[in-house]
Ligand binder design. Structure first.
Ligand SMILES: Cc1cc2nc3c(=O)[nH]c(=O)nc-3n(C[C@H](O)[C@H](O)[C@H](O)COP(=O)(O)OP(=O)(O)OC[C@H]3O[C@@H](n4cnc5c(N)ncnc54)[C@H](O)[C@@H]3O)c2cc1C
Length: 352
């Protein structure tokens, strides 16, 4: 029987363990902790696969329907979106249920301070990254009063970061507050920045839980063998918004298919895996390009471009449908030609 060992049983590793065990692989998995916890905004974009997984794990907390997009605190767009593009999830419950489902299919999962002798798949998320590739972000769960179903995203162009307020229940009593920048900030300083900002926005709130965790913003996308990488470990995470939950599930599904079709032919496995994840790789590259653009142009120009952006652009972004081509078609002409002359070509298309 084909044996697969997985290091890291978070979102991608636990789902992969389940899918492979179902396909008849002998799966061995390992994680540092039995109870999954990692600070996160807990938002998951709603797509066919994510909807199915959230339903199967019973992990939905709330739906995000209204979005206030701000630049440096000033609201520039307000969107009321139906159907809801994001669902807020209890990630501990989602991962816990996926682990149980994997074990029910015969996977052997172990926890604690030991390592696997051989690792076929590295699913350790941002902990698989190298020094210099990670930044950090803080998430605070807080009791307060908030408009149910509403999301606030405040983009700070000058400091290249985003402050978020996400609903964490359907009643507007618990919210997930957080911030991340494009560079490493000491956890204590990040916490001070967050507390100052959210106290100004919300007044007093009761902190229920908080934590800082790494996120791979400056890592290249790595889809390689020895070991195979999946989820955030492979660099599949949005560079502007730190979105990694959806890609963790989709890349796990892609890798399970690739292993089922190609194993033990490593080249074949990689070929299928790359083909199946191509659109996520392109999405990540677009977000990296946008992050780079924000740094190359004067802050006032970027702010003006954001303010001038049509609602369609923000909706595409929130629905994770913003391809580079769509972005360029929606940006004002002046910025489009500046962007094209700065980069010379649209990535993915041959140089002239
Ligand atoms: C503050 C913050 C907010 C975020 N908000 C969002 C959001 O709202 N929406 C979104 O989509 N994404 C968000 N993300 C990103 C998202 O959390 C990750 O991209 C996603 O969890 C990646 O899933 P994964 O399975 O690849 O890794 P993880 O879910 O991180 O799982 C990695 C697993 O590896 C285990 N591990 C670590 N080291 C070892 C080791 N040495 N041996 C064995 N196991 C190990 C860990 O215990 C963990 O269980 C956020 C990230 C941060 C830090």
């Amino acid at each position: 029987m084909s044996r697969i060992s997985i290091a890291g049983l978070g979102v991608s590793g636990s789902f992969l363990a389940y899918l492979l065990a179902r396909k008849g692989f002998k799966v061995e998995g390992y994680d540092l902790a039995r109870r999954y916890f990692k600070p996160c905004g807990d938002a998951m974009s709603v797509k066919e696969l994510t909807r199915r997984v959230v339903k199967a794990t019973g992990s939905e907390l709330a739906q995000a329907r209204r979005f206030s997009i701000k630049v440096e605190g000033e609201e520039i767009a307000y969107l009321d979106l139906k159907p809801s593009p994001w669902v807020m999830v209890d990630k501990g419950k989602l991962v816990g249920a996926l682990r149980e489902m994997a074990e029910a299919e015969g996977a052997s999962l172990k926890y604690g301070k030991r390592e696997l002798r051989t690792v076929t798949v590295d699913a350790r998320g941002p902990f698989a990254g190298r020094a210099g590739e990670q930044v950090n972000a803080i998430s605070i769960l807080a009791r307060t009063r908030w408009e149910p179903g509403e999301v606030s995203l405040d983009l700070t162009v000058s400091r290249r970061g985003t402050f978020w307020i996400f609903p964490h229940d359907e009643d507007g009593r618990v919210v997930n507050l957080g911030v991340g920048f494009d560079r490493y900030v000491k956890p204590g300083v990040l916490r001070q920045i967050a507390l100052r900002y959210f106290t100004r926005k919300l007044g007093r709130f009761e902190e229920l839980r908080s934590g800082v965790a790494p996120i791979l913003i400056w890592s290249p996308v790595r889809l390689r063998n020895g070991p195979l990488l999946v989820g955030e470990a492979s660099g599949l995470v949005g560079r502007l918004n730190g979105e990694g939950n959806r890609m963790a599930l989709y890349s796990a599904a892609a890798l399970a298919d690739a292993l089922a079709r190609g194993y033990p032919d490593a080249e074949k496995v990689l070929e299928v895996y790359r083909e199946r994840t191509m659109r996520f790789v392109n999405e990540v590259r677009t977000s990296l390009l946008l992050l780079d653009l924000v740094g190359r142009f004067p802050v006032p120009l970027i702010k003006e471009a954001m303010k001038a952006a049509p609602d369609g652009l923000w909706e595409s972004w929130l629905r994770t449908e913003l391809t580079l081509e769509r972005l360029l078609s929606l940006l004002p002409e002046a910025l489009r030609s500046t962007a094209l002359s700065a980069f010379g070509r649209v990535p993915g298309q041959p140089r002239a």
